[in-house]
Write a protein that binds this ligand. Sequence first.
Ligand code: CMP
Length: 166
Amino acid sequence: MARGVTYIGGTLLLFFRSCTIVALGWGTMRERTFCIIKPDAMLARQEGKIIDALLGAGFDIVQMRLVRLDRATAERFYEVHRGKPFWSELVELMTSGPIVAMVLEGENGVAALRRLVGATNPRQAERGTLRRRFGTSTTRNALHAADSAGNAAVESSLFFAPEEME
Ligand code: CMP
């Protein structure tokens, strides 16, 4: 009997400890995401300010690379948009000059980066967001930010080898 009570007591203690750990960590999660500084922002020499804003917002840079996209890679990256009215303009932009590809990590990284980057159309983006500050049109909107953790992983893998992201 005494053993049974000890067992139940121990199980309950473990359960409540787990609850405390879950409650303490509730709502916060270090998460990786993926970001590109687009050629329009690079041409305007705004990459320094953008990286500064990302660091200021608490993101860690896990990987970063200056790349010139060829047409095939740009088309692969934006495959889901193929055939849309802005497709050609988008591929033209993305191959027009160097970009900075970055793997970032932060608290709730995907959502936090999307918030910081702002709406696709810079004119509709909230004040203080990066697209509002540095974008000039819906296509030339300064940055790309992954829309999910899954897509962030796929997009990161187009630019960085697995061992570069350990
Ligand atoms: P990005 O977040 O990189 O994802 C797709 C890109 O297509 C988008 O940012 C814009 O640069 C571009 N684009 C141009 N027009 C549109 C549109 N009407 N809707 C969505 N994306 C657009």
